[in-house]
Design a protein. Sequence first.
Length: 471
Amino acid sequence: MSLSVIRRLWMVVGLALWLPAAIAASLPDFTALVERQGAAVVNISTTQERSERAQLPFPNLDESDPMFDFFRKFIPKHPEFPGSDPDNQSLGSGFIISDDGYILTNAHVVEEAEEILVRLADKREFSARVIGADVRSDVALIKIEATGLPRVTQGDPERLKVGEWVVAIGSPFGFDQSVTAGIVSAKGRSLPDENFVPFIQTDVAINPGNSGGPLFNLRGEVVGINSQIYSRTGGFMGLSFAIPIDVAMDVQRQLRTKGRVQRGRIGVAIQEVTRDLADGFGLPRASGALVSSVEPDSPAAQGGIQQGDVIVRFAGREVGASNDLPRIVAAVQPGTSVPVDVYRAGTLQNLKLTVGEWQDPKQPAVSANGSRSAVAPNRLGLVLAPPTAAQRRDQGLSEGLVVQRSQGAAARAEVRQGDVVLAAVVSGRQVRLNSVADFDRFVGGLEAGQQVTLLVRRGEATSYVSLRAGK
């Protein structure tokens, strides 16, 4: 064997030995983090009276809701937990935030609990009482009577970067002090019925029993509370969601001092600004929250916000997308006066309003006109008619035209029979439509392919839709 061949063999052997070591060296070591912070993570078990609804795996969604099978809150009331009675016991996780026994967890972990037992990492057990729980954020604060306890260090979720390593410690299926790791997949996620929480999305393995446990960054700081997973099977599928710790800490402060959480509201309905809508309203870019309706005498109305405004900044914070606004408004304490920047008719305007207090909104009732017209649809694909006396009375209509038929461009824009067309917007100018003649004149003046934005009411909800005129 020649010398060159021997050298090549040694190079291959050396590379084979070096490569695994190099890969291992490039991966983070979580041992020090777990040793420092694991003692502050607790196991929570609860006992509650048996109820039929308590056994459902989705307590916050109606069974008829189309999202019922979409997001699975990994509620510990699940028959797969070893040694647990599915009728009256549940398991979850939490973490100590003060050395005198205050603990954060998820609201659904302690929901309807008759007894709460907290087991520390050193196996000591304490009875706990609920200081307060906020269903909207899924945050609960509980208390055990103990002192000198280890506690977590709070981090800053704003500093988290997508792709950064994170670690979860909890009790999946009752297995205490289980550690899993992954990366931040996205930030500021909005989930169905969770408008007030900008969730941190990760691929950390989360399973039933991890609910309420901490999510750590590599500095050993808590950046979130593990709360939800996306699953079609009931188990982990690589999509986990955590409540940012700053949101949770604000909730617990209010629960501790007020006994409830106050959130701001301004009284507007909003929608996303698409590229087409941005063009229709003469906006420089597709961002902000488009105001589709304003409640009479609401804080927004009193502050001068109008239908068709696009809110781009609120209380000094940028509104990059429509789902940013509810969270920003909710974080402002009621009674606070704040600046608001809006685009109106293509011009940036500065307003000021006083934030009100949020309350549960009523679900809008959707009604439709069952009649059908033989009139041919116009170039937008619509057949419209004035509202009948019964529609004016039952739906409270004082203006607009009722959609009799919708096809073509209108149908593609999801305008439906029974919707009420209130106005049209072209080149940033809004035109109210109070008669079929008004609408016919408006459509007759459109060029083929011209973009049109319609203000459409469906039940009690109002929104803008964008479409293009046909030939």
